[in-house]
Design a protein around this ligand. Structure first.
Ligand SMILES: [Zn+2]
Length: 160
């Protein structure tokens, strides 16, 4: 996975985790280098490699998918796993759901988030208020899951 550092007109540092790229978005006004370095330090010292991050196999991905279909009481027309360059998952109007094969070898807590998120689109197609409240109801810690995964990816990249 690549790491890309971008600058945007914003006030705080943000992350965006795409399948082949973790972006770190910095505020446009020059970020002092020390601030950036201390961010990298903080992240690399985060609780990584503590066994917290269990990576998912393809079979586990299927199993998690079955479990969440059951849990959310949804009926996808078809669910498949294949490589996609720029998204983790997609849901068509015909209720066909596709998950990115790159999800295997990602932390389990992140894979579960992607599954839950995408299956919820069978109930609510758009990222509106209802969608966000359902997501938080079914997975209250989804933001932490995503953040920890980004820290994990960043740390891995720094080591290699
Ligand atoms: Zn979505």
């Amino acid at each position: 996975m690549r790491i890309r550092i971008m600058k945007e007109k914003r006030k705080t540092i943000a992350y965006s985790l795409a399948p082949e790229e973790l972006s770190i978005i910095l505020p446009n006004d020059e970020v002092p280098e020390e601030q950036f370095n201390s961010l990298i330090d903080a992240i690399s010292m985060a609780k990584v490699g503590s066994g917290h991050h269990r990576l998912v196999t393809r079979e586990e991905l299927q199993e998690l998918l079955r479990r969440w279909i059951d849990n959310l009481q949804v009926r996808p027309n078809r669910a498949q796993v294949r490589y996609m360059r720029d998204k983790w998952a997609s849901c068509s109007q015909r209720k066909n759901i596709t998950f990115n094969s790159l999800l295997t070898n990602m932390p389990k807590e992140f894979v579960e988030y992607v599954i839950c998120h995408e299956l919820l689109h069978l109930k609510v197609p758009r990222h509106n208020k209802l969608f966000r409240s359902l997501l938080s109801a079914y997975m209250p810690d989804w933001k932490e899951r995503v953040t920890r995964t980004m820290e994990f990816v960043l740390h891995k990249e720094l080591i290699w």
